[in-house]
Design a protein around this ligand. Structure first.
Ligand code: ASP
Length: 457
């Protein structure tokens, strides 16, 4: 890799960042403000307003109609006008008409779902490359999948590195690549995040900037906590915990390529480029960082769980009790989330979806396996995760969480603290979920802000 590429930022822009011509202008300003922003990975145009339809969805719809021999002119003309409008408003020299005709012809000829969906990023990449004056690299030439659709990492790295070494700046569309015989294959939805991560790794970038429409990862879901604070720094592990519990930030598979190479991810807001956003870093580099000052990093959670409550006198003394119950679940291919237990009781917390329609069978098989005194299912349970690397070195965090819940008269059904001391998971009734998030947020964030204000006065 040449010296020139030592200072490299890879920038990925999500669909809302490229939804229309005015968003394209913001993107160009961001890129030209920093000459180390060399490699640009765009998504397809997203929603311009809440009732809008994403180009990717219009492409899927067109393909579905085309595949069943139906008329797809309506979604196709919506796609056409979106791209033509962007090109015209920006005064581009590139005219997308020919490419759009080619896509229509391919759809008529029975294009695959993946091919159709990939054209959203492909065309947007062509428009953006023209607008920026950067070369265009077709992702089909550098992102490699095997015949079963799995990404081939070494081949992808080799191809990307080979192309990037002579190309100091480029636009590489996100979301797709090609299989062994050149057929287009996409990642799962939101997969442009993965392309950005792969390009960052191949370019040995100093940072992977992921530009979106929020000013970073928030401490809590803004639909529950209005004006939730932004997390300044979060570790990959913490992000994984929060994402698993429902926080939607990045595509799950986007973390691994950069994490393995020690490249931090910076979540940024295209509509507020001055905001520093959230840095996602490795655990050891975060240790020396100033914490947010809240002890906790984030709160996330999900509804839709249930509990299988099993009771039997002297359960604890019965050898193999737990194994027998878990064997029933394993045989029915049911995975569970948590298993708190007492001397004579055992509870298994699992997603409702796992046992929907099979409740009676599960109960009767458990009854047969361990002959409990009682065994029943309790529905309507939520799980809430309080995540934070700061909890390891701060005493009293659990006390503060449960004081907040007690104060709000919320009944806690389960508590689970992982051995990493990175998170505390709490089981609650669905009806208490939102209030619990708000009270914990208040306890850690709002009260910390008040303390700060007081010490400034
Ligand atoms: N355009 C694709 C989607 O809507 C991929 C992406 O935006 O990352 O899922």
């Amino acid at each position: 890799m040449s010296d020139m590429q030592l200072n490299t930022k890879v920038v990925k822009f999500g669909g809302s960042s490229l939804a229309d011509a005015s968003q394209f202008r913001k993107v160009k300003d961001i890129i030209t403000a920093d000459e180390t922003r060399r490699y640009v990975v765009p998504s397809a145009p997203g929603k311009r307003h809440s009732n809008d339809i994403k180009i990717t969805d219009l492409l899927y719809t067109s393909q579905k109609l085309a595949a069943s021999g139906k008329d797809f002119s309506e979604p196709l003309s919506m796609i056409r006008s979106r791209y033509l409008e962007i090109a015209q408003e920006l005064g581009l020299s590139f005219d997308p008409t020919e490419e759009l005709d080619r896509i229509a012809a391919r759809l008529k000829d029975g294009a695959t779902k993946d091919f159709a969906a990939s054209r959203g990023e492909y065309l947007n990449g062509l428009l953006l490359a023209d607008f920026l004056g950067f070369p265009f690299i077709d992702a089909a030439e550098v992102i490699c999948f095997n015949e079963s659709g799995t990404l081939m990492m070494p081949e992808t790295m080799a191809k990307l590195r080979d192309r990037l070494k002579d190309t100091p700046q480029a636009v590489i569309p996100g979301f797709y690549g090609a299989g062994p015989s050149g057929e287009i294959i996409t990642f799962s939805r939101g997969g442009s995040d993965i392309t950005g991560s792969l390009v960052a790794r191949a370019a040995r970038a100093e940072i992977y900037e992921n530009w979106t429409d929020v000013s970073g990862v928030l401490v809590a879901d803004p639909r529950i906590v209005k004006d939730a604070a932004v997390i300044n720094t979060i570790t990959y592990e913490e992000l994984r915990e929060l994402s698993y519990m429902g926080a939607t930030v990045l595509h799950e598979d986007a973390i691994f390529p950069v994490r393995a190479a020690g490249i931090p991810i910076n979540i940024r807001n295209t509509n507020d480029p001055a905001a520093p956003g959230t840095m996602i870093v490795a655990g050891d580099s975060a240790e020396s960082d100033a914490l947010t000052g809240y002890t906790i990093t984030g709160i996330a959670g999900k509804k839709g769980f249930c509990a299988i409550n099993i009771q039997k006198a002297m359960m604890n003394a019965e050898l193999g009790f737990c194994r027998k119950v878990l064997t029933v679940l394993e045989e029915m291919e049911i995975s569970f989330e948590h298993m708190p237990s007492g001397i004579d009781t055992m509870t298994i917390i699992l997603a409702e979806d796992m046992i929907k329609g099979r409740e009676k069978t599960v109960l009767s098989r458990i009854r047969k396996a361990v002959e409990p005194d009682s065994c029943e299912i309790e529905h309507g349970i939520s799980l809430l995760a309080v995540v934070g690397r700061g909890m390891r070195r701060t005493r009293g965090t659990a006390a503060r969480i449960f004081a907040a819940l007690a104060h709000a008269r919320i009944n806690v059904k389960m508590i689970d603290q992982g051995s990493s001391e990175l998170n505390i998971i709490i089981g609650l009734l669905d009806g208490d979920f939102e209030a619990a998030v708000r009270h914990i947020y208040d306890m850690f964030v709002n009260s910390a802000l008040k303390t700060e204000e007081n010490s400034e006065n």
